[in-house]
Structures are given as structure tokens and as C-alpha cells.
Write a protein that binds this ligand. Structure first.
Ligand SMILES: C[S@@+](CC[C@H](N)C(=O)[O-])C[C@H]1O[C@@H](n2cnc3c(N)ncnc32)[C@H](O)[C@@H]1O
Length: 176
């Protein structure tokens, strides 16, 4: 959650909240005047996050606006720019073209100097590169090039979280 700035009136976006593990963390970093938008495709996850986290949070923090959009990020109709985007999408399971489209949409909503953070489980691409069919190996190679290009162009920084199971790397990209 290093990407969330310690400023007032910040706007934060979470993409793909799932059951809300990151959502809970993000809520704990918000102050009066902040806005938090969440986009999640699956209606069941939306219901769970709304019931288990957001309803009570809104009652306890009337000065913080929290909006949950039950839609894919590509169609959520978000307005304006965000200071930080926390993304839980499992990019390695998506076709490369979709990954590129999703990043385009998210960067459109990231303010200059803001941060987009996402994570990737360690070893997934290496496993596919070694044990995959030739078509998977080729696709994984292209995926790695795409990831590395984005990392370079968007002034990436990364951190390995060994204590997570499975271990993952958290990548932070800059809006520019
Ligand atoms: C790996 S899970 C997120 C895990 C989450 N951090 C948690 O702790 O539960 C990815 C989530 O992204 C959602 N998702 C997938 N594609 C999406 C899209 N295009 N827009 C918004 N959400 C999407 C899925 O429904 C799923 O809940």
C-alpha cells in the first residue's frame, strides 16, 4: 500500500477487489475528504464486500466517499484521475492483448506522478517458459517483453513479498 499517498482529498481506485483483502487495507489508509472507487466484475464479490466491509465503513466515516462499481474496468464509466490505483487483476491468466487494453484504461485514469500497483505470483512465467507447449512458451516470452517494456516506460519499482503464499512481486508503475 506504499502507493497510497499521505495527502488530503486523495482519490484511490481499486481494480478487482475479489473478497476484499486489499480493500480492507486501503480503507484503513483513508481520511475525511478522500474518495475511494472500487471496480469488480463479479456480483457475488461485490455483495460480499458491500455487506462485510463498506456498509459499516460508510456509517463510521461519513466524510469519506466510497463507491463500488459492479462492472469490468473497461466499462465502469469512471470519471477523472486517481492518485493511486491498486490492481488485483490476474494478468498472467489473460490474453496479452487484453492485458495491454486493461493497462491503457488504468493509465488513462492515473494522474501524472500517481502510482499504479499490481502483483504477480513468482515463478508462473518461468514455469510456463520451461514446461509449456511451444505456443505457450512463445506467448510467455512476448508477455515478459510486454511487462519489461511497461516497467521501463513507467519508471517501475518492485518488491518481492516472500512471506505471501505463493510468494509474489509487487510492481509499482508511475503515471507519466
Ligand atoms: C485475483 S482476484 C483479486 C483478489 C483480491 N485482491 C482478494 O484478495 O480477494 C481478481 C478479481 O478481479 C476481478 N476481475 C477480473 N477481470 C476484471 C475486470 N476486467 N474488471 C474488474 N474486475 C475484474 C475478478 O472478478 C476477481 O474478483
Amino acid at each position: 500500500m506504499q502507493s497510497i499517498p499521505d495527502t488530503s482529498n486523495k482519490r484511490i481506485l481499486e481494480v478487482g477487489c475479489g473478497t476484499g483483502a486489499f480493500t480492507k487495507e486501503i480503507l484503513s489508509k483513508l481520511d475525511a475528504g478522500d474518495q475511494f472507487h472500487i471496480v469488480e466484475l463479479c456480483p457475488n464479490f461485490c455483495d460480499a464486500v458491500e455487506t462485510n466491509l463498506l456498509q459499516s465503513f460508510r456509517k463510521e466515516h461519513p466524510g469519506i466517499e466510497v463507491v463500488l462499481h459492479n462492472a469490468p474496468i473497461e466499462e465502469a464509466g469512471l470519471e477523472g484521475e486517481f492518485d493511486a490505483i491498486i490492481c488485483g487483476l490476474p494478468f498472467n491468466n489473460f490474453p496479452l492483448e487484453l492485458v495491454q487494453d486493461l493497462f491503457d484504461v488504468m493509465f488513462k485514469h492515473l494522474r501524472h506522478g500517481g502510482e499504479l500497483a499490481y502483483f504477480e505470483y513468482l515463478g508462473m512465467r518461468t514455469f510456463k517458459k520451461v514446461f509449456g507447449f511451444p505456443s505457450i512458451r512463445k506467448e510467455t516470452k512476448q508477455r515478459t517483453i510486454d511487462i519489461n517494456n511497461r516497467y521501463q516506460n513507467k519508471k517501475g519499482e518492485q518488491q518481492t513479498v516472500w512471506c505471501n503464499l505463493p510468494s509474489c512481486r509487487v510492481v509499482r508503475l508511475k503515471g507519466c
